[in-house]
Design a protein around this ligand. Sequence first.
Ligand SMILES: *Cc1c(COP(=O)(O)O)cnc(C)c1O
Length: 471
Amino acid sequence: MSFGLKELSILSAKSMKTIFEPFRIKTVEPIRLTTQEERCRLIQAVNFNLFSLHSDDIMIDLLTDSGTSAMSSNQWAAIMRGDESYAGSPSFYRFEKAVKNLMPFKHVIPTHQGRAAEAILFSLLGGPGKRIPSNTHFDTTRGNIEATGACADDLVIEAGKNPSLYHPFKGNMDIEQLEAYLATHAASVPCVMSTITNNAGGGQPVSLENIRATSKLAKKYHILFVIDGCRFAENAYFIQQREPGQRDRSIVDIVRDMFSCADAMIMSAKKDAFANIGGWLALNDDELALNSRDRLIQTEGFPTYGGLTGRDLEAIAQGLTEIVDEDYLRYRIRTNEYISEKLDELGIPVMKPAGGHAVFIDARAWLDHIPPLQYPGQSLAIALYELGGIRACEIGTVMFGRSADGTESPATLDLVRLAIPRRVYTQSHADYIVEVFEELATIKQDLPGYKIVEEQARMRHFTAKFAPIPN
Ligand SMILES: *Cc1c(COP(=O)(O)O)cnc(C)c1O
């Protein structure tokens, strides 16, 4: 019935201040509210390493979006249906059907996480002398490639390296560079990869046009094209919103298009499948599938469960039907934009535009009184916890500053990442996060630099002990 009003698409209108969370809450997890005094004591007791905190001492945990999603009532119901047969479980067939509905690959091989799929694939494709290019390899992907003796190369476009520059598809592969790369190295390249969205590059999307161009080049050289699809639904939403000619298409159509360009994919179900654990390797080549299943049996389990329980497979199958929901994706992406816009208004340097799963703050630029070797990112992350009980993640000199030869130098950037768990926090939590930053802005000059007093030779950020350097 019409009341003479033109239709108001209020939920999608940018002018609406409310982010409509397209779910209501049936089960709650209490958050224990702590005081600033208590938090200052707690962080000092763990030598200012945020990984060492107990998570129930945290009010808003933005450490990662991996495995931290809230499951739906339908996922919990599916879990009850999980069939734990060792071989041939109906849960596997439901999982396989759900994957194939979105990603048209011939073979679907479940694994306990994304990195297990990587380990299997690269044990077969990698090896000394091989080179694998990508827009940007995620760290476990790079780790699994390098562990075989192969070389992992990042060929993202120039704009993808500049945090303050706007570009709709900052995750795009530099096609010209890839062309030159393949012209020289094709004989030693077993596969070309694209990570959608580009996690290591800030959750920035890759356009459909770029995925097609990458695929075309790989085909030209008869090289496999593998998509790291962990955040495929977020990537599809960005394509729908930002790519010319895609606005009227459904997310599912765009997803199918993206994957029909590829010969294989690896996936972490801890991201865009709303599951707390799981992953898969999917591919078309029969022989590669046969060899992958051989490895799978050695390292993960029988091919119809691959390191997962039947109930995990059910949670993933159901999650895949929910992640492509446009109302969910609008809420998801809008939440990041909202936080990012508010921080920008406060004059805080943020990566632009906001990524699909996280908001990044340029801590080196914002805390410009702290030199990079005194870890401005770590200082900001500690202050967010002390002041607001928020746990974020330093992605900068603490994480990347130590070279294999033992020397230390500043990382390219000192960023702090606010990774947003899926369906977990509401707009009032987002407002709270902004408020903590607003408060921080008034005292940022007083935030100290830090020094590392103890560290491991590898992956030091997980266990390093810090001490503040008095101003
Ligand atoms: C998380 C992630 C992986 C690894 O998946 P896990 O399930 O954590 O092992 C691989 N690639 C990308 C882009 C990721 O975000």
